[in-house]
Design a protein around this ligand. Sequence first.
Ligand code: PMP
Length: 419
Amino acid sequence: NGTRDLQLFEVLESEVRSYCRSFPTKFQKATGYQLWDSNGNGYIDFFAGAGALNYGHNEPQMKQKLIDYIMRDGVAHSLDMATEAKERFLSEFNEIILKPRNMTYKVMFPGPTGTNAVESALKLARKVTGRQTVMSFTNAFHGMTLGALAVTGNKFKRAGAGVPLNHSISMPYDGYMGKEIDTLKFIENYLQDSGSGVSLPAAIIVETVQGEGGINVASSEWLKGLERLCKAYGMLLIVDDVQMGCGRTGTFFSFERSGIQPDIICMSKSIGGYGLPMAITLMKPEHDQWSPGEHNGTFRGNNLAFITATEALRYWKTSQFAADIAVKADKVKRSLQRIISNYPELNGEHRGLGLMQGIALEEGVAEQISQLAFEKGLIMETSGTNSEVIKVMPPLTIDMEGLETGLQLLEQCMNDIKL
Ligand code: PMP
């Protein structure tokens, strides 16, 4: 991949940096599903900004809207003041996304990141129920601040907070204990056990597919079971759709396949459309219980993000986009299954749905593949507690040719590992 020109980053940037170690080059330009570095090397993007670039890099229509808005001196930053750009986003989101799905929710802007959406959900659930703890799951990822980390099922990430975190209870995710053990029953037994001092949680927070945790897919029945438990025990159901939302699993909201109606929904990453920071927390109207100022923050009114977020909604005006995702998802699934069967000695296991798929491998192999892929011009992240899963997560707008080329590069990596 040519010479690397990363000296300044080595000298000045804190040791906390991570992705720049996996992908050691200086990126300069990006369009659609491709990136180029300062040496002119091209890369296919099977990473999509960890889900923030579902519509690809520099999506032309969003870019044009952004340029037009800036050229007419549209308000860029407005805290939580009312602006035209915000009004348009809210009204289009209601018309294009909520109404056709018969969903009645209030929209809150919790701050610019996914973690902000999660924090707002945890706080709100506590406020609404008057309860303290939140139930979460093994291998969950919800963010890096203290509250979000407390519901994150990852020992390494939690270590970043130094000492133990409070107010959470971790339960086994669907499939975690094998097919024979009914985790819903296990959870219900726990909730019923007031005799041993169990106090009921304020909420259950769940990802319908665990992205960072290894592409673990919860079944629709299991998700419905969680909804039932929430109703029965007075807990709110929070779906963290930060990574799986905005079409990643094939539908706008990841939970649509299960038919559940969460009390609170957290979204970020691709909601801004262009990779611009933006998050929303959706809540059922009866849970809109904060007084003005009880949850605030300076960067809740990024109007540039509102402009691109509104433009992104055009993808969802008809069912064509979801139909296209399904065709691409099917191609990825068939290719991954074929690759797995071509290299039986690697013991690969297919994971995922929609354009959130991957291959689980033995420890260390996925990381090697990610490195080999980078050298061949394919950006792919690993996930899972031990980075054991290779993640195929292209922009949803990728064309068949890009998909095919990326998958061929992945196959070459599997072949190289084998040799
Ligand atoms: N929830 C989930 C499911 C995520 O995948 C992430 C980010 N990977 C977050 C929350 C946190 O989002 P952010 O990094 O924008 O704070």
